[in-house]
Write a protein that binds this ligand. Structure first.
Ligand SMILES: [Zn+2]
Length: 227
């Protein structure tokens, strides 16, 4: 297991490769606000926050929005731990997700979250911003577009940042070299295929997946992995 090292994606994004069973975790900063995309299972949150704080990535931050790409425990399990540790540093934290994901988080639906598969129990909590396809998520001066991409789960959602560097946060919808599985509750191979076709229409410099490494050849990768 490699040590935790932040991978910078200029101008404003830092990737933390997930440790153990954790999803990758991303921090996107704009002024005194930041976005965190996914939070892992929650077991290593102290390591992530310690690293981000130690390297200065949290300096001057006032407000963080935590966005979850989908309903699975390895992406949402660290939500409350991130909130409490960040609030301990004086940073305000709120949660955002697609409406379908938000409902699962608020109701703590284990059948979909799969927390039991990790020997854990997910603690339900409020999601402040319930988003729909086409909505914009505001983080400082940045505007990220909400792209609902069902297939891996019904709520699976990508976030598109159309900036100086064009980024797509893909969750478990598409990875470098493969796609998300569709055999889990609320998954659908047919929906996934439609979502991937839609994603191929975006101009993307770096695809930032929920597991594995950065996708550099966006359209080529999609063509290769299309089921
Ligand atoms: Zn997943």
């Amino acid at each position: 297991m490699p040590e935790l090292v932040p991978v910078e994606i200029p101008p404003s994004t830092v990737m933390l490769k997930g440790l153990d069973w954790d999803s990758n975790i991303y921090l996107v900063r704009s002024g005194r606000e930041a976005l965190i995309v996914d939070t892992g299972t929650g077991k290593r949150v102290r390591d992530y926050i310690g690293l981000l704080a130690g390297e200065g990535y949290l300096d001057g931050l006032r407000k963080v929005v935590v966005f979850n790409t989908h309903e699975h425990f390895d992406h949402i399990g660290g939500n409350l731990a991130f909130k409490s540790l960040l609030e301990g540093l004086g940073i305000k934290v709120s949660f955002a997700a697609h409406r379908i994901v938000a409902e699962v988080i608020e109701r703590g639906l284990s059948r979909i979250i799969l927390d039991y598969a990790y020997g854990e129990r997910f603690k339900p909590h409020e999601v402040h911003a319930k988003l729909e396809d086409g909505d914009e998520l505001k983080v400082g001066k940045l505007r990220l577009k909400v792209v609902h991409t069902p297939g891996h789960t019904a709520g699976s959602t990508c976030l598109y940042l159309d900036g100086e560097t064009k980024l797509m946060f893909t969750g478990d919808t598409v990875f470098n070299g493969t796609v998300g599985r569709t055999d889990l509750p609320t998954g659908s191979g047919e929906e996934l295929r439609k979502s991937l076709e839609r994603l191929a229409g975006f101009e993307v410099d770096f695809g930032l997946p929920g597991h594995g490494w950065v996708i550099k050849d966006w359209k080529g990768n999609l063509k290769r992995v299309m089921p």
